[in-house]
Ligand binder design. Structure first.
Ligand SMILES: [Fe+2]
Length: 225
């Protein structure tokens, strides 16, 4: 092998290592168009939210975990490993990536309506009715001061509504109420301000038109196993 081809191979190997180190977590493609959730979630908000906010969480997460054991973890494993002792960069960006990936997946165009089957029965059993569940969820979403998320989780085989600040997640051992999310709503201003300004309650009401209950039912079935 000539010195030149050896140098070429060496540079390629270094590039590969750098690429692997900085590409542990990647953004999944959005399974609908940016304008598909209109008028409930506007196209510009989706473009900026998915294309800039979520991407920034991923880039900052990958930067934070480069060369660390967290690089080898799954997304769930990473979020479950985050404690009060974790760095703010890991907590905020790890949560930010998990939460947004989840959020895109539980929404879809031409959905909304009501849950059915086993999930509908569980909502009725644990909250009294679908309307009572929605009111409780809205209360959690409006009551979360500042930035955060409202959640429907499975905790001890029961459905529970909760909320978390910033990019915390109910799977994190540091969460006040821990459980497995089956539905989540981003209540950061970046999620609604362009279309709804300060009217967070209107954004929450509109959210019900884009919830993919089939996906939520699937997550519920998995969480109950
Ligand atoms: Fe967000």
């Amino acid at each position: 092998m000539t010195m030149k081809s050896f140098q070429h191979l060496f540079v390629m190997a270094l590039t590969l290592v750098a690429f692997q180190a900085s590409a542990q977590f990647k953004q999944a493609p959005l399974h609908y168009a940016f304008d598909a959730l209109q008028p409930h979630v506007d196209k510009t908000t989706m473009e900026i939210h998915y294309g800039r906010h979520h991407v920034a969480y991923i880039n900052n997460l990958n930067k934070e975990i480069a060369g660390k054991p967290e690089e080898k973890l799954s997304m769930d494993g990473l979020v479950k490993s985050i404690t009060k002792e974790s760095s703010p960069a890991l907590r905020n960006n790890g949560g930010g990536h998990w939460n947004h990936t989840f959020f895109w997946n539980i929404m879809a165009p031409n959905k909304g309506g009501m849950p059915s089957g086993v999930l509908a029965s569980a909502i009725n059993k644990d909250f009294g009715s679908f309307d009572e569940f929605k009111a409780k969820f809205k209360g959690a979403a409006t009551g979360r001061f500042g930035s955060g998320w409202a959640w429907l989780i499975v905790k001890d085989k029961k459905l529970v509504v909760t909320s978390t600040p910033n990019q915390d997640n109910p799977l994190m051992p540091l969460a006040e109420v821990q459980g497995t999310p089956v539905l989540g709503l981003d209540v950061w201003e970046h999620a609604y301000y362009l279309n709804y300004q300060n009217k967070r309650p209107d954004y929450i009401d509109a959210f019900w038109n884009v919830v993919n209950w089939d996906k939520v039912a699937e997550l519920y079935a998995t969480a109950m196993k």
